[in-house]
Design a protein. Structure first.
Ligand code: CP
Ligand code: NVA
Length: 301
């Protein structure tokens, strides 16, 4: 059976929670099984990456497999070979592909033409691997996922926010989104998430959105691919920064998360980034353990 992870919606609720459980086991035991022995996994990246690329490659290697990094610039894709043909060819050599693409449609097309599992390493629409590490980080800070009030401040339409919203369909907590009206989540997607049971509230200003938050989460205002809109985005989202003042409005002692890379002084102040509330580097570390758990799911179910 071919198991893909293009968005979190590819997972059953029980699988989602099993992946989190397994990720924590990988973190605790610090030892690895060898279930990827003899397996070759390709990484196709159309965009830059530090955490995703390295955590994927290290996870694969520590689990006994071999990773092959394929910059899309070096593939014949860059000279016009179709994504479908690329998928059909690579399916004959590799055991799985991890792909970071500019457009989510590229990943969907690749998966549709591929005989091997496909894992989304970030697209414009989703970043499922990130959210698994985020939820692991929330849990290990003693916050019950079924009672977790998370507030995302920033671009309510971006990949990370969308995948957090998808994640909230698997837990009973509430997610608030504080964002400028121009960056409200896509209506149809919001409806899909709510229909699937996600408790999501959207606020056009920051203060109200953070009240009661156990977790404050942010991401860059200008995602990869949005660079043309930099000036407008910085202007629009200025009021949605995570800073000491906004932290105090939660009425709690929230943990602060950021998927990284960060633009300090924009979406988050250096003071909060370096504060005790910040669990940002544990979050980055957790990418490794959640990746191992995802690989186990993809190969062993
Ligand atoms: N958070 C994240 O995906 O980081 P990279 O872009 O460095 O992979
Ligand atoms: N929203 C960011 C996430 C980076 C990990 C981007 O797409 O650039």
């Amino acid at each position: 059976m071919k198991r893909n992870l293009l968005t979190l919606f590819d997972l059953e609720k029980s699988t989602f929670h099993n992946i989190l459980k397994l990720a924590l086991e990988y973190k605790k035991k610090k030892s690895n099984d060898n279930f990827l022995k003899g397996k070759n996994i390709g990484l196709i990246f159309e965009k830059n990456s530090t955490r995703t690329r390295v955590s994927c490659e290290v996870a694969i290697n520590q689990l006994g497999g071999n990773s092959i990094y394929l910059s899309s610039k070096d593939l014949q894709l860059n000279r016009g070979e179709s994504i479908e043909d690329t998928a059909r060819v690579l399916s004959r050599y590799l055991d799985a592909v991890i792909i970071r693409a500019k457009s989510h449609v590229t990943i969907e097309k690749f998966a549709a033409s591929s005989d091997i599992p496909v894992i989304n390493a970030l697209s414009d629409k989703a970043h499922p691997l990130q959210i698994l590490a985020d939820f692991l980080t929330i849990q290990e800070n003693g916050i019950d996922l079924n009672n977790c009030n998370l507030c995302f401040l920033g671009d309510g339409q971006n990949n990370v926010c969308r995948s957090l919203m998808a994640g909230y369909t698997y837990i009973n907590g509430t997610m608030n989104i504080g964002t400028h009206i121009n960056y409200f989540p896509d209506e149809e997607f919001l409806k899909q998430v709510k229909t699937a049971g996600g408790k999501i509230n959207v606020f056009p200003e920051a203060v109200e959105s953070v009240i009661g938050a156990d977790v404050l989460y942010t991401d860059v205002w200008v995602s990869m691919g949005n660079e043309d809109e930099t000036i407008q985005r910085k202007k629009d989202l200025k009021g949605f920064q995570i800073n000491k003042e906004i932290l105090s409005k939660t009425g709690k002692t929230p943990i602060v998360l950021h998927c990284l890379p960060a633009q300090k002084g924009e979406e988050i102040t250096n003071e909060v980034f370096e504060s005790l509330n910040s669990k940002i580097f544990d979050q980055a570390e957790n990418r490794l353990y959640s990746m191992k758990a995802v690989l186990k799911y993809v190969f062993n179910g």
